[in-house]
Design a protein around this ligand. Sequence first.
Ligand code: PLP
Length: 278
Amino acid sequence: AIFYVDGKFVASDRAVIPVDDLAVLRGIGVCDLMRTFQGKPYFLKEHLERLEQSARAVDIVLKWRLEEIKAIVLETLDRNREMTEANIRIIVTGGSSTDFITPQGNPRLIVLVTRIPPLPPEWYQNGVKVITVNQEREVPEAKSLSYIPAALALKKAKSLQAVEALYVNRDGFVKEGTTSNLFAVLNAHLVTPEDKVLKGITRKVILSLAGKIMTVELRPIPLTELLCAQEVFITGTNKGVVPVVKIDDTTIGDGRIGEKTRQIIRALDEHTLNFQKE
Ligand code: PLP
């Protein structure tokens, strides 16, 4: 693959950044992940705007206008034409810094285009198990480079035959997954947390579509309430809508994919098809 790294397009095995970049030294930087449908980036504008918000939240100043980043993304994609569909990762590093900790206005921009890994069909046919972890993300509004707690929580999830870990804060509210947002059907309303979560682009699209199907509530969800939900699902760019049928040892609803979840998956599929036709 060809990657864009700090001003140059280079072969992926030649893609390097200086070791004194704060991304290497401290994990300081932000990123965003999007995907293509029929070769076109899906929700590019929204992802770029979120990249800007993430950077602002961790005090990194973007040196580029979003239009410039967009042009670089499109060119990187063009240079990887042999991939019919791709994941696109945009990374903005903290850059080199004289005090080795504070971003000083010279971030590096990286764009990676990679193949989309296949998703297990059984996730969508049967639903999945997720676990809960008592953790909170440090800067919840930002898609930060640092995913250490996420990686550890996911490893734990996998060891328990679960596909995702949901963060539960110290007050007992469930926020989101390590790389996904959370939705629950509670008393026939679609509920998703709003505060101190990453505002997922998939979440945003679903919120715009769900109003036709049911009423929507943006509010905190206590874990005790979530475990009694009729339906639960998680959403993300890299997995779409994944129905959840088990949380820790509790079966959700009757343990099968719920009707509202199916309706929302259909609405999202239709929306994606229309995007492809544009
Ligand atoms: N929440 C977190 C913490 C994430 O890392 C992600 C995506 O990686 C999401 C939610 C889902 O966001 P999106 O739908 O934009 O992929």
